[in-house]
Design a protein around this ligand. Sequence first.
Ligand code: SF4
Ligand code: SF4
Length: 284
Amino acid sequence: MIDIEKHPCFSIDAKGKYARVHLPVAPKCNIQCNYCKRDYDCVNESRPGVTSKVLSPEQALTYLVKLKEKMPHLSVVGIAGPGDPFANPVETMTTLRLIRKEFPEMILCLSSNGLNVAPYVDELAELKVSHVTITINAFDPEVTKDVYKWVRLEKRGFVGAEGAKVLLEKQLEAIKLLKMYDITVKINTIVIPGINDHLVGDIAKTAKELGADLMNTIPLYPVEGTPFENLTEPSAAMMKVIRADIAKHIKPMTHCARCRADAVGLLGKDDPEAAKLLNDIANM
Ligand code: SF4
Ligand code: SF4
């Protein structure tokens, strides 16, 4: 039986006891966020700065089998990039199927921008994926048009408010479908000064109305070479105020570790030996 209480990102009691691993099987992305430099991991669920190795689904399974031997307390497998899981749906879904077959009790978790989640929700539910994170930076395309450089869906490219609208429609559809299957939905919001910092409370309110279960606010990390490189990173004090504000509407995520797309180990205590194993398998 899958015990979702063993998810260290969602249960404070599980945090110091159970480990998680992100499998870096999804290199491409279907949108371009203005805070992301594409040589790096997806900023939506990770901190920028180090490129990840990319594994094939079969390599990912080999890695997981070896990891589980070393780390019996590993309870969660997530896919969070380094691009977007559903910009690489074949790799993502093949990996999930392989894992579910080998590990019937593993908690499966995904983090996505939400653009291309909807077509896969039936199968995600069948595979008993229990946790999905969608990054939403505002519910108004007039606001988010400045956050995304382009959005690509079904071989068509969109820019400006049109791109933001397409993305938002698909994000809303994804949340609705995920909740139809009672999958836990977390909303990630990157707090971007001057763009959405004054709207985060409203985002929390709408997210709750849509059925989302909890929300994680992540301060913008201004990365050199991106359109947002000159913005100021929100201070810890500002984030504290924002988190208190969102807590009026939705359960806030209080112990996010800003994990990389290849994070492994207890939250906040990544395992260097496991990282070596990942490299060895990627180079096989
Ligand atoms: Fe980068 Fe993630 Fe945005 Fe894609 S969704 S552009 S990988 S931050
Ligand atoms: Fe899931 Fe995010 Fe935790 Fe990774 S960091 S296991 S994607 S909630």
